[in-house]
Design a protein around this ligand. Sequence first.
Ligand code: SAM
Length: 288
Amino acid sequence: SLGREALAPQWDPPQVDTTRPHPARIYDYLLGGKDNFPADRAAAQVALRALPELRAMARANRAFLGRAVRFLARAGIDQFLDLGSGVPGPGHTAQVVRAVAPGARVVLVDYDPIVVAHSMALVDGGAGTGASASADGGSGVGRLAVVQADVRDPQELLDRVRVREVLDFRRPVAVLMVALLHFVAEDEDAPGIVARFVREVSAGSAVVISHATDGGQPERSQAARRGWDQAASRLVARSAGQIEGLFAGVEPVAPGVVPLPLWRPDGPVTDDVGMIWLNGGVGFKREA
Ligand code: SAM
């Protein structure tokens, strides 16, 4: 099986600075998780004071992730590249995929060493998650890999993913960028980053994106985003039009790029839609 030793060469030793807030751990705290530190909780409190709805937003985002992954698995996608995968708490990608498509392949990518360390537990043991990496005919290639990389350097990220040989890029892959791109600054070319991944994947592949808006309340949004000012990455809100623009190279499926609670809800929408300041959708790459 794919042990920690086998992965060590591609896995940077964790350089963990727990005194600085990190987006993954702030989000984990908002979701009620335990993988966070005092600096993360203090940052979250700054944000929550301005915007108590943030917890509901974090839950709505995780719920959207689950609906999008289930939708894609049912559409026949069996390879998932999860960029900015986050702490693997309840409803994370590997868990949702395993529940609907047990044979599917998943690569989790994050720049946060703590996320990588927690995600490695899924590879090593996977107890209770059903997400253990089973060896593939003795080749040493499993169905789940964890990669530490920064999405702002797509080429290096893709090189690190490809060397793991979990995903076959000749076949459709779902590229997830869920609550990720609002950590890419204005001058770091979020549309170009998405375009780079769309270029890399074959026709029939999909892109899943969710992204923060300012909810039409720029001042409250700015006050809340101060929570991320000292963090490893700051949080930028983009307009509905800018978020739609991230889907330039793909064709969004109905209902399009919308506030998350409105994207293919499982039942009656119980969220107050105006309270969830996140838009997103799922797009497919068509034949050239
Ligand atoms: N995608 C998960 C979800 O939606 O439930 C987690 C979202 S969490 C809000 C954002 C994640 O993106 C964090 O785990 C953070 O470490 C990661 N992240 C932020 N900037 C990143 C970057 N430049 N490269 C890779 N990961 C990044």
